[in-house]
Design a protein around this ligand. Structure first.
Ligand code: NAD
Ligand code: LMR
Length: 332
């Protein structure tokens, strides 16, 4: 029997990521090849004509799974009845800026859209914040939508996770599908800590630790980390626009694994509400390794944290604490 359609909201749908993301959702890359979807696309009035053009293209593409498209500039209409909300709307940083430099413009959007989601989304709506500063926007959305369970509000660090896998696969000249269990700790910013100390490679002789195969701790603790931390800036420098296709694809990975589950023995990175695990202060949206089962994420527990990692986990937590204070001062 055909499944009932799932309503998926994409805010900022007329933008770069939106344009890359909506066809992926309509093709089943987010919720599976047998899951019909109804797309709700929101943008602001100056982008209304362009948004309508995206809707026309979705109709023209005749996607079998796409059962309806709503294109609107009305936030209440956009949020009504949605089961998944992918919050991309906002302003991207430009060359030379840090992601938190777009804070004052973007957090106020997240405060106001929190209420619309809280009042009008479907019960148990799952929220993914993509717009930067992603962790702090998600935290503001959570704080101003107190009736949405905190476990339903997340931010995107899967792009950083995938970047980490991509760097290791290039270094070892292996396919990325043979690699698993990288971790992004903390903020989606240049203080994030990409950590492959628990990551493994599937080889003909079984599972091998990444650090054993790379055999270069200097690179793993140096250039590898900074390359992943700075990858967003490198893409802005090269493209003059921020990453879009990789961000859209990673947003699909994030929701797919959350809803359909992570493969056995594999964890992924998600920005989630900290419960104090790994001595990260509670009350931040912080990226942790998680596994997902039956639509619920769970932080992987018991990983060994050495002194080098401890400092990195603490530094990115400190930045998030500062961002939280800055966000509140922007909203005051
Ligand atoms: P973009 O400028 O191309 O598109 C953003 C869209 O949001 C525009 O169409 C704009 O009109 C719309 N918008 C602005 N205010 C809005 C509002 N109040 N409601 C609804 N829509 C609104 O930018 P982009 O390249 O698509 O990037 C979007 C965001 O995602 C940026 O903040 C960017 O920094 C961030 N980003 C995050 C990640 C990540 O991994 N977390 C990766 C890439 C980009
Ligand atoms: C990215 O990581 O590509 C995005 O967050 C865009 C940016 O500003 O770096």
């Amino acid at each position: 029997m055909a499944k009932d359609p799932v309503r998926v909201l994409v805010t900022g749908a007329a933008g770069q990521i939106g344009y890359a993301l909506v066809p992926l959702i309509a093709r089943g890359a987010m919720l599976g090849p047998d899951q019909p979807v109804i797309l709700h696309m929101l943008d602001i009035v100056p982008a209304a004509e362009s948004l309508n053009g995206v809707k026309m293209e979705l109709v023209d593409a005749a996607f079998p799974l796409l059962k309806g498209v709503l294109a609107t500039t009305d936030v209440v209409e956009a949020c009504t009845g949605v089961n998944i909300a992918v919050m991309v709307g906002g302003f991207p940083r430009k060359e030379g800026m840090e992601r938190k430099d777009v804070m004052s413009k973007n957090v106020s959007i997240y405060k106001s859209q929190a209420s619309a989601l809280e009042k009008h989304a479907a019960t148990n709506c799952k929220v993914l914040v993509v717009a930067n500063p992603a962790n702090t926007n998600a935290l503001i959305l959570k704080e101003f939508a107190p009736s949405i369970p905190e476990k339903n509000i997340t931010c995107l660090t899967r792009l950083d996770h995938n970047r980490a896998l991509g760097q290791i696969s290039e270094r070892l000249n292996i396919h990325v599908s043979n690699l698993r269990n990288a971790i992004i700790w903390g903020n989606h910013s240049s203080t994030q800590y990409p950590d492959v100390s628990h990551a493994t490679v599937t080889t003909q002789d079984g599972e091998k630790p990444v650090h054993e195969l790379v055999a270069d701790e200097g690179w793993l603790r140096g250039d590898f980390i900074t390359t992943v931390q700075q990858r967003g800036a490198a893409i802005i420098k090269a493209r003059k626009f921020s990453s879009a296709l990789s961000a859209a694809s990673s947003a699909c990975d994030h929701i797919r694994d959350w809803v359909l589950g992570t493969p056995q023995g594999t964890w992924v990175s998600m920005g989630v509400y900290s419960d104090g695990s790994y001595d990260v202060p509670a009350g931040l949206i912080y990226s942790f390794p998680v596994t997902c089962v039956n639509g619920e994420w769970c932080i992987v527990q018991g990983l060994q944290i050495d002194e080098f990692s401890r400092k990195k986990l603490d530094a990115t937590a400190e930045e998030l604490t500062e961002e939280k204070a800055l966000a509140y001062s922007c909203l005051a």
